[in-house]
Ligand binder design. Structure first.
Ligand code: PTJ
Length: 247
């Protein structure tokens, strides 16, 4: 049990959630390494949601509301760190939203464990099994295994904690990609249409809040917001914050 008063309470709680996720067969051991890398960047941005991240979150909310077939992609880290926020986001965007389990280190056992975890939060996740399976063209890893009626036929995909290959491959398929990644230099962040440089545990609740706030907006207003977002410029600004953090 981590005492609330501990100065590193949030950081330790996240590590604990991933450890529990690993014991439940949800998180891959590589997920712990990935989280460590994320933590290093989080430290440098000051463990807070920057103004740049807030701008990206607003653009992402608009993009998700405009989408006709949005999908939230869930891996082992996301399922361990914020399953409740995934459920809240899917609900806030509306019935058109699909949640799909998509893993780099895919095993049927992990897919089942993650789907069972999501079910506790009321989500019936797509798992790309049997007849529903399709493949992302030009991608060699197991991340290529997707659901026909999910990621394969989506128009907008939210990919938290992703590796770069699939983001590139999905963009080649014409999809609009939203990433959540603490590393502004990662290929995912560089290739996505909108990259939220923030810890997923802070970004997801804010994204839910923005989606709820914008739900009543007209399409034209949402479009203006989404299209005016400049990912390259936003990433540059995030890098500057990191540089200042280093100094
Ligand atoms: O569950 P699986 O099998 O799909 O595997 C998931 C991992 C995360 C292991 C896999 O996708 C992987 O190896 O990812 P990478 O290539 O290490 O990339 C993960 C990215 O997420 C890195 O750029 C990290 O900086 C970033 N990251 C790590 N923790 C967080 C994060 N970004 C936001 N919030 C975090 N908490």
């Amino acid at each position: 049990m981590i005492p609330h008063s501990h100065p590193r309470y949030y950081s330790l709680s996240e590590r604990h959630a991933l450890e529990t996720g690993m014991r439940k067969g949800i998180t891959h051991v590589q997920g712990l390494l990935a989280h460590g890398r994320g933590e290093a960047f989080d430290y440098l941005i000051g463990e807070r949601t920057t103004n740049e991240a807030r701008k990206a979150i607003r653009a992402a909310a608009a993009e998700l509301l405009l989408a006709e077939r949005p999908v939230i992609s869930v891996n082992g880290n996301v399922a361990a760190l914020c399953p409740g926020a995934v459920a809240d986001l899917a609900k806030a965007i509306g019935a058109k939203t699909r949640v799909e389990v998509n893993l780099f280190y895919r095993s049927e056992r992990r897919v089942r464990a993650i789907a069972a975890e999501l079910k506790k939060f009321g989500i019936i996740a797509l798992t790309a099994g049997g007849k529903n399976m399709a493949r992302i063209p030009g991608l060699q890893s197991k991340r290529a295994i997707v659901e026909k009626g999910g990621i394969f036929s989506s128009d907008v995909v939210l990919v938290p904690l992703e590796d770069g290959d699939r983001t590139e491959a999905l963009r080649r398929m014409g999809k609009r990609m939203i990433a959540i990644d603490l590393n502004p230099l990662s290929r995912t962040a560089q290739r996505a249409n909108i990259s939220i440089v923030d810890n997923i545990t802070r970004a997801m609740p804010l994204l839910v809040m923005e989606v709820k706030r914008m739900r009543a907006w007209k399409k034209a207003r949402l479009s203006r917001l989404a299209r005016s977002f400049d990912n390259k410029r936003n990433l540059k600004a995030s890098l500057l914050i990191i540089r200042r953090g280093v100094r």
